[in-house]
Design a protein around this ligand. Structure first.
Ligand code: GLU
Length: 286
């Protein structure tokens, strides 16, 4: 099977150092395997999006030497596919409508497959997946063996929100399968989403890709670099310093002699071995 990797940014801000690391890491893994590297814009959450962000991220990637294979997939164009997946779950009685508010659930109450609040006139429900008492195990290519009891950690999680938007977990799983992604390389902040995604793949009869979660980039005070806080944008008009920092973050040499991003990435690729990526869950961004 052809290796197919992807980079799947949410357009909530400009490309920042943490997402550059995910982009570079997933690109290196895909090219090292002689595979393809796809880009998918996860624009399914309009309230969280920043106008112009998708264009800004898509323009920045080639400036960093990262060219996607094939056309970019926009999740905002994929509503019909998410509707189909939702109908499939509904037909199998794997989802239920829920009118509970966050407050209702604050005390750690378990829904156990049914809504505690009951239908509320004039209010649309969220739709939740029925999550049994199941332990999901997978072997992360960098972080090692993982196990999560899905009932205890995620519970009956929302797959379609009150406003009618589909949750990231559902859209991600549907599109990884649609795009034929064989390996998901992304930041370690998404490690704990993976069991939910694997469970959804099983519910929908979709294949499970391999997973590799890169160390999460932290700022000077030990917090995650976050796009939405506009922290640490990288400058695509002067790409070499940030690209070198991203390579150093992944324990690769920074090749002082390289003159442009494409050369720098080619040199990095020659040295790249996924087995030598840093085996830690997070580290400080230089
Ligand atoms: N869209 C997510 C983000 O920007 C990443 C999703 C993924 O790689 O699965 O954080």
């Amino acid at each position: 099977m052809t290796y197919r990797g992807r980079f799947a940014p949410s357009p909530t801000g400009h490309l920042h150092f943490g997402s550059l690391v995910a982009a570079v890491g997933s690109w290196l893994c895909a090219r090292h395997a002689g595979g393809e590297w796809l880009v998918r814009v996860e624009d399914i959450d309009p309230p969280r999006e920043m106008p112009g962000s998708a264009e800004s991220i898509l323009a920045a990637l080639p400036a960093f030497g990262l060219a996607a294979d094939g056309v970019v997939l926009f999740q905002s164009h994929r509503r019909a596919a998410y509707d189909d997946a939702f109908e499939q779950l509904k037909a199998a009685d794997l989802v239920f409508p829920c009118w509970c508010s966050r407050n209702d659930l604050a005390g750690g109450l378990h829904l156990d497959g049914h809504c505690l609040a009951g239908p509320t006139p004039g209010r649309e429900p969220a739709w939740r997946l029925r999550v049994p008492d199941v332990e999901i195990r997978f072997d992360d290519a960098l972080q090692g063996p993982q196990a999560q009891n899905l009932r205890q950690t995620a519970g009956d999680f929302v797959i379609r929100r009150v406003e009618g938007y589909y949750a990231y977990q559902l859209a991600c799983v549907v599109d990884d399968a649609f795009q034929g992604v064989t390996e998901v390389v992304r930041g370690n902040d998404l490690l704990d989403s993976t069991p939910r995604q694997i469970f959804l793949q099983r519910c929908l009869g979709l294949p499970t890709p391999r997973y590799l979660h890169l160390p999460l980039a932290l700022d000077g005070s030990g917090r995650k670099l976050s796009k939405s806080e506009q922290a640490h944008p990288v400058d695509p008009t002067n790409p070499m310093p940030a690209l070198r920092r991203a390579l150093a973050f992944l324990d690769l040499p920074v090749f002082a002699a390289a003159s442009c991003p494409a050369d720098l990435l080619e040199l990095a690729l020659e040295q790249f071995d996924p087995a030598r990526l840093p085996h830690c869950s997070e580290r400080m961004a230089a």
